[in-house]
Design a protein around this ligand. Structure first.
Ligand SMILES: [Zn+2]
Ligand SMILES: [Zn+2]
Length: 335
């Protein structure tokens, strides 16, 4: 089969012929229908901190059709359409059984979606309802990450919310914040490329960063935000979020900043700011996203701005390193 293979840091992925995967006992092989290109993959192929090995195939936001099943698999059959969670827990420990495979002591992160076929444990796969497309199935993972961020924020109905960063996670956060009852959600970003898309996802105002951004946000919300979601992951953004949030408000950090970052603790302490981090999602959250898509809410589809074939994928991947008007780009390995 063909796969987009990681060669080394700072070098584009290469589309190569690799061995067709075969399922282990509790595994299935999925013919990848769509796989989302994720900012964290851009990060992982540029930053040694993640320790990605040459020869790896990334891609953890995918949906497709089951084409082979291992001997012990009873929950899935050939022909099932599934969305695949990258959280591969052991499936047996208390943490896994409680629905938190992200924190399984023997867990690992799955990938392999930038290829024609990928192998996954049966417990990583959730069947897609008939009318949820494979395109939308590829959005389940990033929407789950955003849902988890909103879930840990303890957002109360009527809350004033600010989302900093208008990438797929930021815009997914807008969507869930509104569904959890936020009355007003303002989005800020370095530029206004995603303004229309943010409004489609439920944002009530959008501002490109400017020196008077705090005043602008407060004017739009009628006061400082109760909750600020940090969805950028670059040095300096956390400090900016602390400036924005109200006294005793909450900053939820979803961004993956791997560089040292400076903020002045006094700025947070003097307002008793709660800083809450958020990583991954729980199994029930992954299922909840699919249930929401099943309710024929087509809003999240607006995140998708393009689809590329596997052969065009390495070029598309590199171009996403620069600021672009794209939001979520999907790979169609059959295209
Ligand atoms: Zn992702
Ligand atoms: Zn486990």
């Amino acid at each position: 089969m063909k796969a987009a293979v990681f060669k080394q840091l700072g070098q584009p992925l290469a589309v190569e012929d690799v061995r067709d995967p075969a399922p282990g006992e509790d595994e299935v092989v999925v013919a990848v229908g769509r796989c989302g290109i994720c900012g964290s993959d851009l990060h992982m192929t540029a930053d040694p901190v993640f320790g990605i090995k040459p020869g790896s195939v990334l891609g953890h936001e995918f949906a497709g059709e089951v084409v082979a099943t291992g001997r012990a698999v009873t929950s899935l059959k050939i022909g099932d359409r599934v969305s695949v969670s990258p959280l591969r827990g052991c499936g047996k420990c208390d943490t896994c059984r409680a629905g938190h495979p992200a924190w399984c002591p023997n867990g690992k992160l799955g990938g392999g979606g930038y290829a024609q076929f990928a192998v996954a444990a049966d417990r990583q796969c959730v069947r897609l309802p008939e009318f949820v497309s494979l395109e939308d199935g590829a959005l389940v993972e990033p929407l789950s990450v955003a849902l988890h961020g909103v879930a840990v924020s303890n957002l109360a109905s009527g809350a004033k919310v600010l989302v900093v960063g208008a990438g797929p996670i930021g815009l997914g956060t807008v969507y869930w914040a509104r569904r959890f009852g936020a009355r007003q959600v303002v989005v800020t970003d370095l530029n206004d490329f995603q303004e229309d898309r943010a409004r489609e996802m439920g944002a009530t105002a959008f501002f490109a960063t400017s020196p008077d951004i705090v005043e602008k946000v407060n004017a739009a919300l009628g006061g400082p935000p109760d909750i600020v979601f940090e969805c950028v992951g670059k040095p300096g953004v956390l400090a900016q979020c602390i400036e924005h949030v109200r006294i005793r408000g909450t900053v939820v950090v979803l961004g993956l900043c791997t560089a040292p970052d400076i903020f002045i603790p006094f700025r947070a302490v003097s307002k008793e700011v709660c800083i809450q981090t958020s990583a991954f999602f729980d199994y029930p959250e992954f299922c909840r996203v699919i249930d929401t898509l099943e309710s024929r809410d087509t809003t999240p589809h607006a995140l998708i701005t393009g689809t590329v074939s596997l052969s065009d994928m390495p070029g598309a991947f590199e171009s996403l390193r620069r600021r672009t008007i794209q939001c979520k780009v999907l790979v169609d390995p059959g295209g």
